[in-house]
Every structure is written in structure tokens, then in C-alpha cells.
Design a protein around this ligand. Structure first.
Ligand code: HEM
Ligand code: HEM
Length: 289
């Protein structure tokens, strides 16, 4: 995203620039808290309907998930709008995209809220729901996850190929300086990837009130060997995006000496991401094996 001055030059409200930072700080608690439960204390394949019934019986977790839903959708989709605005220069095109994004936000917020508000612990325990006969929903959601996984692997491959090609040509620094453009491109790529996952995730969670037995079958596929690298990449993407978001805010609002340490901070972000990723890989592989 550009600096605030450039944003307002293109008519992009300065308010959105601040919103991304304030919601980013909220996301630190909400998404990292959620990830801590789903990827560190438990493995994704263990989060079946009985697990959710126990969690959502507590008002704290119901409220926590509802806030996560609201803030993640607003932050993520405002981010998508900001990315698209960098490529769309006509006011009419920007307005059209903003309208579509607004509708997507409303639709997914409605779907996600309905899963939370219609929570019925007995139905989750019994496993049956009004859509339990629609067995095709399982392969449909599995296919969506497989498409996400394939896109993730292609994106990782593309980043590695670009990186290797620049190194081979002796261009580690230059138009793509490590601390600047690589950090920015990775922040953008990870932000967009997390949004894509979030939308599929909300559809998956919707099975909880509609067909808990089918939900349990989709959750079981998280242990499949094709999806495990995607789950590792997702945790890595969230950790990187979160810490790099903090790095950005430190540079923007921090002292002059922090601004001069951009490159060091970037390597700090990469190292912290790698170190914190390790325990989640152990949890995932243990649950799969
Ligand atoms: C975990 C804590 C998070 C923090 C601290 C954070 C922080 C930030 C910040 C500061 C920006 C603005 C970057 C800029 O102006 O260049 C941003 C952009 C963005 N974030 Fe987050 N974020 C977090 C979580 C998320 C999540 C969960 C999603 C997806 C649902 C997401 C999606 C995006 C997108 C798509 C952008 C736009 C990227 C761009 O303009 O290049 N973020 N984030
Ligand atoms: C593979 C990683 C993940 C797993 C296994 C997972 C698992 C779950 C589970 C079991 C629930 C049901 C409620 C609960 O027990 O808290 C849930 C809800 C939710 N998760 Fe995740 N989660 C993952 C990643 C994420 C990420 C990255 C985000 C945000 C970007 C996210 C956002 C949400 C939201 C908003 C809800 C409430 C959904 C709704 O009301 O429809 N989750 N998640």
C-alpha cells in the first residue's frame, strides 16, 4: 500500500489507511489467538463438531469468533480493495469494485454470523442437520481446499523462482531491495492468500449448523498429505503478515533510528516467523502420523 499522501492523491481515503493499522492491531490478538488454539494447542484435523460444541458453549469464544469474523472480513477485504485500487485508476471502476467487495463482505458476514447465532450444542453432538443428505458438499469443499492448496504451491514456487533468478544475475539489491520490495510483495501475497482461505473457511464453518456430520468429514481431510503443506504455508503466511505489519507500523510511527533499521527488522520478521512456525509443523505432523 502507498504512503498516506499518495493515497489521498488518488482519492483513496486516509481513513482507510488508519483503519488498516488499527484493525491490524486487533487482528494480532484475534487471529494469533485463534491460530494458537487451532494450530498449536490442537491440530486442524482434531477440530470436529464436538470440539466446536464445547468451545461455542462458552460465551467468551462465541464473542471472540464473532469479532474475529467481523474484523478479519473488514481488514482483509479493505486490503483487497487497496490492492485493486493500485491497478485501477478510473473512479468508476474503483466504485464498481468497492460495491462488489461491499456485497461480498455483507454476504460472508451474514453467512458467518448465521453459523454462530444458530449454534445448537445438541445438533452438533448428534451430527445430523437439514443438509446431511447432501453428501456432494464434502467433495465440493475438498475441491475448494485442493484448489487453494494448488494456488499456494504455485505462488511459493513463483516466489522461489524469481528470488533464485535475481540472485543468479547478481541482483539481490536494486529495484527489488530486500527490506523494501520483497517485504511489501510478501505482505501483499500473504494478505491476499489469507483472505482466500478465510472465504472458504466461512463456507466450511457454515456446515456446522447445516450438516455437522459432513463438516466432520471435511475437517478430516485436513490430515491429507496434499493439504498439510498448505496448512504449514497458511500458518507461515499469517505469522509473516502479522509481524511484518508490526514492522511497518514501527517504521511509520517509531523513532528515526528504527526507520534506519528497516532491513534488520525485515530479517527479524523472517527469523521470528521461521522459529514460531516450527512447533505448529510438529503438531500437524504428529496429528497426521
Ligand atoms: C495478524 C495481524 C495482522 C496485522 C498486524 C496486519 C497488518 C496489516 C497492515 C499494517 C497492512 C497495511 C499495509 C500497507 O499499508 O502497506 C495490512 C494490509 C493487508 N492485510 Fe493485514 N494484518 C493482519 C492480519 C490480516 C489478515 C488475517 C488478513 C486476511 C483476512 C489480512 C489481509 C491484508 C490485506 C489483503 C492487506 C493489503 C495488502 C496491500 O495493500 O499490499 N491481514 N495488514
Ligand atoms: C487451518 C487453520 C484453521 C483452523 C483449523 C480453524 C478452525 C476453526 C474452527 C474449528 C472454528 C469453529 C469455531 C471455534 O471452534 O472457534 C473456526 C471459526 C472461525 N475461524 Fe478459523 N481456523 C483456521 C484458520 C483461520 C484463519 C486464518 C482465520 C482468519 C483469517 C479464521 C477465522 C475464523 C472465523 C472468522 C471463524 C468464525 C466463523 C463463522 O462464524 O462462520 N480461521 N475456525
Amino acid at each position: 500500500m502507498n504512503a498516506p499522501a499518495q493515497r489521498s492523491r488518488f482519492g483513496y481515503p486516509l481513513l482507510s489507511w488508519y483503519f488498516m493499522r488499527v484493525s491490524g492491531v486487533l487482528m494480532l490478538v484475534l487471529v494469533l489467538g485463534h491460530l494458537g488454539v487451532m494450530h498449536y494447542l490442537h491440530a486442524p484435523s482434531q477440530t470436529d463438531s464436538a470440539f466446536v460444541a464445547a468451545r461455542w458453549s462458552q460465551l467468551f469464544w462465541l464473542t471472540f469468533d464473532w469479532m474475529l469474523l467481523l474484523v478479519a472480513l473488514l481488514h482483509g477485504l479493505a486490503g483487497v480493495q487497496a490492492v485493486l485500487n493500485d491497478y485501477l485508476h478510473r473512479a468508476r471502476a474503483r466504485r464498481a469494485v468497492a460495491a462488489v467487495i461491499g456485497l461480498v463482505a455483507l454476504l460472508f458476514f451474514g453467512l458467518g454470523s448465521s453459523a454462530i447465532l444458530s449454534f445448537d450444542p445438541q445438533r452438533l453432538q448428534s451430527g445430523q442437520g437439514p443438509l446431511s443428505a447432501q453428501a456432494w458438499l464434502v467433495p465440493a469443499l475438498d475441491l475448494l481446499l485442493a484448489v487453494l492448496a494448488t494456488l499456494t504451491y504455485l505462488a511459493v514456487l513463483a516466489v522461489l523462482v524469481v528470488f533464485a533468478a535475481r540472485r543468479r544475475r547478481g541482483l539481490p539489491v536494486g529495484p527489488w531491495s530486500f527490506a523494501g520490495q520483497w517485504a511489501w510483495a510478501l505482505h501483499r501475497l500473504t494478505g491476499l492468500a489469507i483472505v482466500a482461505f478465510l472465504l472458504v473457511h466461512i463456507l466450511d464453518i457454515l456446515l456446522l449448523p447445516l450438516a455437522p456430520d459432513l463438516y466432520n468429514r471435511t475437517i478430516a481431510s485436513y490430515a491429507s498429505p496434499y493439504l498439510i503443506p498448505m496448512e504449514i504455508a497458511l500458518v507461515g503466511a499469517i505469522l509473516y503478515h502479522a509481524f511484518n505489519g508490526v514492522r511497518l507500523m514501527l517504521i511509520e510511527f517509531g523513532s528515526r533510528s528504527l526507520k534506519l533499521r528497516q532491513a534488520g527488522l525485515f530479517f527479524g520478521v523472517l527469523a521470528t516467523t521461521a522459529i514460531l512456525l516450527l512447533p505448529s509443523i510438529v503438531v500437524l505432523l504428529r496429528a497426521a502420523g
